[in-house]
Design a binder for this molecule. Structure first.
Ligand SMILES: [Zn+2]
Length: 424
């Protein structure tokens, strides 16, 4: 079925909502041919005789998860279990990765940008995905990220030993990277409401990182929070800031000018606030967490108002952030920040594809079809965002559960890719 005809009550095209259907969306060989008002029974729209008729209340482009770690299971909460897992055999990690992919698809996610794993699960899965073209989500991956030797990010990044090592390390990991992920800072010290440790790379080094990546046609995205790191990221021209806690208006202005994207990843920090018992946070730490999140909501609203491209990424795989549903939660956080629903959905559909130089999936004539049908319009009831019914990709119409992750590790590939630039 690669020329189905979709009849919908309403749709979101990637940027705007079209209510007041029905609309008939004709697909020819996997490409959207025309969109006509009316259903095929009306005079305006006649069904393609070769196409099957699919009736759905609402469709929108497949969602994009801009930041996740496929090899990590966000539903695992015990810190000891999570630590031990980092020593698990590669096939076990690979199974987690495939399940993450399946959970994304079940939530309507058809484009995923992984944010780094040291073990090569992302690279391995990307290599295997061609087997399921048309059904499996599309994966962008950095392979391994980079970090300063001895600093935060051991589970996702190779170490860089000084400035002279920057360009050679990036060259080594570029072979399997779609983008370059850099760990520019550490993580947040929630108990004290500030960053842990200094920035990992100074401005000169970060500029060298950006330039080395650009020389290899790689965009850059930086794990970065705290004023000092954010100033460096923006001055060096990093393409996307991930997390970005402790943001300021001055930095947002510069981001708007330079069109630097922001993936604010509310979900993992919100989880800390919602489940203080797991980390043993006391009342004072909870106050700090709450203040950090409130400031984050305000800054994201300001970012949107000033035209900073805000993208939806959940950091799924982090403690308490499951794949798939985590991204939908993140959409709810963007709504809570005050972004209108059209902007929120664009942050997970049209915007990332445009920024990453990918073919658009907007529901418009001439685009390859990559859309998801929900049980109803989220513009009428936001909870429909959690009710995926069908996916239409490359003209194929299928339910998310019709695509199964491989039950076992493919025999010929039961091992990680050869280590690349791992300094151990
Ligand atoms: Zn992350």
């Amino acid at each position: 079925m690669n020329s189905p005809v979709l009849v919908v009550e309403s749709y979101f095209d990637g940027e705007r909502y079209h209510a007041g259907g029905p609309y008939t969306i004709r697909i020819i060989d996997g490409v959207i041919g025309e969109i006509l008002p009316g259903d095929p029974g009306s005079s305006n729209a006649t069904p393609n005789s070769a196409g099957d008729l699919i009736v759905a209340p609402f469709v929108m482009p497949g969602l994009t998860e801009a930041h996740c770690h496929l090899f990590l299971d966000g539903a695992r909460l015990d810190p000891q279990v999570r630590k031990k897992y980092l020593h698990a055999p590669f096939p076990e990690m690979l199974q987690v990765g495939w399940k993450s992919l399946q959970a994304d698809l079940a939530a309507g996610v058809t484009l995923i940008r992984d944010a780094g794993d040291l073990y090569g699960v992302n690279t391995h899965i990307k290599r295997e995905l061609h087997r399921w073209t048309g059904r499996a989500p599309t994966l962008r991956s950095p392979g391994r990220a980079i970090r300063k030797a001895g600093r935060y990010g051991g589970f996702m990044a190779v170490e860089v030993n000084g400035p002279d090592d920057i360009a050679p390390t990036i060259r080594k990991i570029a072979a399997t990277a779609d983008d370059l992920k850099v760990l520019l800072t550490g993580i947040i010290d929630f108990a004290h409401g500030k960053m842990k440790g200094d920035v990992q790379f100074d401005l000169a080094q970060t500029r060298l990182i950006v330039q080395s990546a650009r020389d290899l046609n790689l965009r850059t995205y930086a794990h970065c929070s705290g004023q000092e790191g954010l100033q460096i990221a923006v001055a060096a021209g990093i393409d996307s800031i991930e997390h970005g806690f402790f943001m300021s208006r001055e930095i947002l202005k510069a981001m708007a000018q330079k069109r630097i994207a922001w993936v604010p990843t509310f979900a993992p920090v919100y989880f800390q606030l919602a489940h203080p018992e797991l980390a043993g946070w006391n009342a004072r730490t909870l106050e700090r967490l709450d203040a950090i999140l409130q400031q984050h909501f305000e800054m994201v609203a300001q970012a949107d108002a000033w035209g900073v491209p805000v993208l939806a990424g959940s950091d799924a795989g982090s403690c308490g952030v499951p794949h798939g549903t985590g991204l939908i939660d993140e959409l709810f956080f963007l709504l809570r920040a005050g972004l209108p629903l059209e902007k929120v959905l664009a942050a997970a559909t049209a915007a990332p594809r445009k920024l990453w130089g990918m073919a658009p999936a907007n529901i418009a004539p001439g685009n390859a079809v990559d859309c998801v049908a929900l049980a109803g319009s989220p513009f009428e009831n936001i909870d429909f965002l959690r009710q995926v019914r069908l996916l239409v990709r490359c003209g194929e119409v299928f339910r998310p559960e019709d695509w199964r992750c491989p039950p076992a590790v493919p025999p010929a590939a039961a091992g990680p890719p050869a280590p690349v630039g791992v300094h151990s």
